[in-house]
Design a protein. Sequence first.
Length: 276
Amino acid sequence: MYKKTKVILIIIAILIAIIISNKTEHFTNNPKSVQIIILCKKANQQLYNAYMSRFPNQNIIFISDEIPVIKKDNVFHYKDNPEFYGMHSRIKHTSWDKAFQHLSENNNHDYYWFIEDDVFISDKNVNKKIDQKYNHDFLIFAWHNFDRYTKSPMNKFWFNSHIDKTLKNVKYFPDKFMSGSLNVFTRLSKKHVQHILNFQKKHKRLIFHEMLIPSIARENDLKIKIIPKKEIKSTLSPRPIYVKHDNIEAKLKAFNEDKVIVAHPAKNWYKIKQNL
């Protein structure tokens, strides 16, 4: 009798754990503070209007690499900072670095979307359902590379080429945490951002974001979620079916015909008039 009761209690405990786990996956009834950050080469009116129309009534800011040609309260530009650099593999200072310089004094939101300015978005508020559903620290929508540094010679070559060329052979992460991800359209939590800022404070620099962001997440055991295509139809890595088009009009037409919601690369997409 005692053994039977013990087995029943164990089963109940397991079921309760599963229920709690499922509930923590979602936070629909607990809205979070979200900010959208558009990373751009040079903020201009066309770019500004295009992204503002995609995220109406949301908290959105623009980080301009170069001095912007427009003046808006939510458009920011910072001079190159010798302690905020390195998030691009070839260019010393970019809007990625300036975004984290901005966040070093403004990490006030629960989640941040980072969107590069060559990411085409065909619909409004594409982030809303995702934000309501997931409370993970790092959302991945594109290419990612976990555990392959030690398991794949080809991927190890990719990592080592960056370590050799941009980091002067300094490894900032143990091999077991070394990771890669494409971050042209991604979401990070406040906690994730703070860990990156802690890295910057410690090393007085940043490193290539495709290596830094996922490696930080894994080293600090943050919650990572790879978003399936069924959640939001996207094509964020260059694909022959779209790359073959030699002008942005043809590329946008192909995206729309395939009902793609988020696409990259699509340089200057915002210069083409779109109907939402």
